[in-house]
Design a protein. Structure first.
Length: 316
């Protein structure tokens, strides 16, 4: 599949935003000691909702007619894309009220905590729906995999935690368990991606030209002529491919230079204090971002749609 940069921005930015929002909401419900200053909720919630909004808006850039995006909301009974849109918009309501109560220092701790829980649930449901958009497609074997949606969830938590910890450190309220949580989530993402890549590399290729034509018993089937005289939209969008060597290099960048480096910096931050600790946590944001962007680019680039068999492509 062609890796659309607007969709990559959407899934990475909104994932981090939803992860941060969920951590803030659950933190409120669990009585986590947040900094007692007006600026912390303003910066933290502003960053979370800003990333979510930028991500959601960028997703419309890939549409042929962005002005018709509102029509997607009507198909929530059958479409995961529509469910994602409904969940995303619905999450703004508790998240907005949660932020207003926090910023306004209104009375009603139980109400504020309840809104935090609802915000976290809305964030989780939205990210789950995003993962299911791809995980439910049986026409792409690399996406129709049981780990696709859980990986989306874990990456949202890990990137959100990578933002949560430096924010807490900047306001002098970070605790060791915050850093352990962030490093653990990133470690979980590394493990799940390794298992996922190992699995898709070894799955049998059952969707083949031979199977489609029923001529497999006679040997290898190949096309004599292309169905079109020039490349069309389907070939451009769904016929993208990436070499195995290139993919392996990018996987290494993702795991080592991205997630691995971020986890190492977070682990070092456990041993540091003061400005050095804050600096290490802040520095972990960049490799975490690189890791998730490369991971998402590969997620699309390595996806092989069954329709490309019609154009004579043999799946590797």
């Amino acid at each position: 599949m062609h890796p659309a940069y607007s969709v990559i921005l959407f899934t990475t930015a909104s994932g981090a935003g939803y992860g941060l929002l969920a951590l803030l909401g659950l933190g409120a419900a669990l009585d986590v000691e947040f900094p007692q200053t007006y600026w912390f909720p303003l910066v933290a919630l502003g960053l979370a909702l800003g990333l979510i909004t930028v991500g959601l808006l960028s997703s419309t850039f890939h549409l042929g007619h962005p002005e018709r995006a509102w029509r997607a909301f009507s198909q929530w009974r059958s479409s995961w894309l529509s469910r994602e849109g409904v969940a995303a918009v619905a999450t703004y309501i508790p998240a907005g009220l949660f932020g207003l109560m926090w910023l306004g220092d209104w009375d009603g701790t139980m109400t504020w905590q309840s809104l935090g829980v609802l915000s976290a649930i809305g964030a989780a449901v939205t990210v789950w729906c995003t993962g299911m958009i791809y995980g439910s497609l049986t026409t792409i074997r690399q996406w129709n995999h049981p780990l696709v949606t859980p990986v989306y969830m874990v990456l949202a938590v890990s990137t959100g935690a990578s933002l949560f910890c430096p924010l807490m450190a900047a306001f002098g309220a970070v605790q060791p368990w915050h850093i352990v949580m962030a490093a653990g989530a990133m470690g979980g993402a590394i493990l799940m991606k390794c298992v996922y890549w190992w699995s898709i590399d070894r799955e049998p290729r059952v969707l083949t030209i031979e199977a489609a034509t029923g001529l497999g018993r006679r040997g290898v089937v190949r096309q004599l002529e292309a169905p079109h005289t020039q490349e069309n939209f389907v070939q451009r969008e769904m016929g993208y491919s990436i070499g195995r060597k290139h993919a392996k290099k990018l996987r290494a960048v993702c795991l080592v230079g991205g997630f691995g480096l971020a986890t190492s910096l977070q682990a070092l931050a456990l041993l540091a204090q003061g400005p050095l600790q804050t600096g290490l946590l802040a520095a972990s944001i960049a490799p975490a971002a690189v890791g998730v962007i490369v991971e998402r680019w590969l997620f699309f680039a390595q996806a092989q749609h069954v329709v490309t068999l019609f154009y004579g492509k043999h799946f590797a």
